[in-house]
Design a protein around this ligand. Structure first.
Ligand SMILES: *Cc1c(COP(=O)(O)O)cnc(C)c1O
Length: 393
C-alpha cells in the first residue's frame, strides 16, 4: 500500500520514522543530542566533500525532528516539511527565503497580528513592501500586482472574525503572475483543509495549536516541495529556529490523535455555534459551518471540515464579556487555541495596547467579541457551562 493512499487517521498514527533499529521501540525515541559521531575520516570526507546525507548537528537536523516532519508532510499532502521552534519561526524563515530588498508582497489586511507586524517590519527595516487587500475580495489583489510583486501570503479562516479567503482564486492569481503562494493553515489544520491540493505552493502553520494539540509545546511547520524545503532550510539555521528533540517528540505523540481530536472539536463547535446563534444574549456568531455565515458555500468548497474555532458577540460589550467569562466553570480564559481544552479569549481587551482602533475595525474586533477554541469535552457539559454563564449577562 502506498503511504499517500492511507487514510488520515492511519497517517496520524503510522507515518514518520518510528523504526528504532537498536531496540525496536514502538514510540519514536527522543534523540536528545546536539551532535552525532562520525565513524571515520572516510565517512567525514564522504559527507562533507561528496555531500552524503547524515545527521551531524541537531540545529540542522535530528531524527526525532525528522519523524515529526514526515508526519506533517503526509498530513498536508506535501513532499517534505520542516519543523521550527514556533509558528512565527516557520513564517519568518519561509517569507525570508522568497523576498529581497525592493520586492513586494500581497497579503490580506486581517492577518494574524504578529505576521502583520512582520510584514511592517520587513517594509521599515529591509525595504520589502506589502500591499494589503480585503480577505473576502481576493480579486482586488490582482490590481495590486506590479513588476516587483513576488509573493501572495494568505490565511483562512481568519483570526478572530472567521472570514474565509477563496484559496482557488488566490492560486489562480499567483499562477498567472508567477508569485509564490503561502497559506497559514493554523486555524483549519490539515484535517479540515489541504491547501497544497488546491495549488498553494507552501503551507505554514503554528503546530503549537491543533497539530500538537495539548498546549504543551510551542512549534511550527512549513510544507511544500523538496526543492522549496531546501531553499527554506538555510534560513531556519540562519535564524536559529530549529525545534528541539523533546519538542518534536511532544509534537509527534500529539499528532497521533489529531484525526480523532479534530472530529470531536468540529462536532462540538458546530453544536455550540448553533446553540449560540439561537441564544437571546448573543448578537452574532461567526462560524463557517453555519448556514448564516456569508461564505458558507465557499467553506463547503474548500474545507473538508468546518473546524473547532468560532467567535461570537455577546450583549453588553466589554461589560457583557466580563460577566460571561467570570461565570464560566469548565471553560477557561486562556490565549492560544487548538488544544483538548475549550478555552476562550476576548480580542478587544487582549489587543487593547497593541492594536489601534482602525486595525480593530479591519479585523472585525468588537468590544463584545469572544473567540472560542472548542475542545474535545462532552458537548452537554460545554453547553451547560455556556448557557449558565450567559444567564449572568
Ligand atoms: C499562533 C499563530 C501563529 C504563531 O505561532 P506561534 O507558534 O505562536 O509562534 C501564526 N498564525 C496563526 C494563525 C496563529 O494562530
Amino acid at each position: 500500500m502506498e503511504k499517500k493512499d492511507l487514510g488520515h487517521s492511519t497517517k496520524c498514527v503510522h507515518i514518520g520514522g518510528r523504526a528504532d533499529k537498536a531496540y525496536g521501540s514502538l514510540v519514536t525515541p527522543i534523540y536528545q543530542t546536539t551532535t552525532f559521531e562520525i565513524p571515520s575520516m572516510a565517512d567525514f570526507i564522504d559527507i562533507n566533500v561528496n555531500g552524503r546525507k547524515a545527521y551531524q548537528y541537531s540545529s540542522g537536523s535530528n531524527p526525532t525532528q525528522r519523524a515529526a516532519e514526515e508526519k506533517i508532510a503526509a498530513l498536508e499532502g506535501g513532499e517534505d516539511c520542516l519543523v521550527f521552534s514556533g509558528g512565527m519561526a516557520a513564517i519568518t524563515s519561509t517569507i525570508s527565503a522568497y523576498v529581497k530588498k525592493g520586492d513586494e508582497v500581497l497579503a490580506q489586511n486581517d492577518l494574524y497580528s504578529t505576521t502583520n507586524r512582520f510584514f511592517n517590519t520587513l517594509n521599515e527595516k529591509f525595504g520589502v513592501k506589502t500591499r494589503f487587500f480585503d480577505t473576502t475580495d481576493v480579486g482586488v489583489a490582482e490590481k495590486l500586482v506590479n513588476e516587483n510583486t513576488k509573493m501572495i501570503y494568505i490565511e483562512t479562516p481568519t483570526n478572530p472574525a472567521m472570514r474565509l479567503l477563496d484559496i482557488g482564486h488566490a492560486v489562480e492569481i499567483a499562477k498567472k503572475h508567477d508569485l509564490v503562494s503561502i497559506l497559514d493553515n493554523t486555524f483549519a489544520s490539515p484535517l479540515n483543509q489541504r491547501p497544497l491540493e488546491l495549488g498553494v505552493n507552501l503551507v505554514v502553520e503554528s503546530s503549537t495549536k491543533y497539530l500538537s494539540g495539548h498546549q504543551h509545546v510551542v512549534s511550527g511547520a512549513v510544507v511544500g516541495s523538496t526543492k522549496r524545503m531546501q531553499e527554506i532550510k538555510g534560513y531556519r539555521s540562519l535564524y536559529g529556529q530549529s525545534l528541539d528533540p523533546f519538542g518534536a517528540f511532544l509534537l509527534i505523540t500529539g499528532m497521533q490523535t489529531l484525526a480523532l481530536r479534530i472530529e470531536r472539536a468540529n462536532s462540538n463547535a458546530l453544536a455550540l455555534a448553533k446553540m449560540l446563534e439561537r441564544h437571546p444574549k448573543v448578537q452574532k456568531v461567526n462560524y463557517p459551518g453555519l448556514e448564516s455565515h456569508p461564505q458558507h458555500d465557499l467553506a463547503k468548497k474548500q474545507m473538508t471540515g468546518f473546524g473547532g474555532m468560532l467567535s461570537f458577540d455577546v450583549n453588553g460589550g466589554v461589560d457583557g464579556v466580563i460577566k460571561f467569562i467570570d461565570s464560566l466553570e469548565i471553560v477557561k480564559l486562556a490565549t492560544s487555541l487548538g488544544g483538548v481544552d475549550t478555552i476562550l479569549t476576548t480580542p478587544y481587551t487582549a489587543y487593547s495596547r497593541s492594536l489601534p482602533q482602525e486595525r480593530m475595525d479591519v479585523m472585525g474586533i468588537t468590544p463584545g467579541l469572544i473567540r472560542v477554541s472548542v475542545g474535545i469535552e462532552d458537548y452537554v457539559d460545554l453547553e451547560q457551562d455556556f448557557t449558565k454563564a450567559l444567564g449572568h449577562v
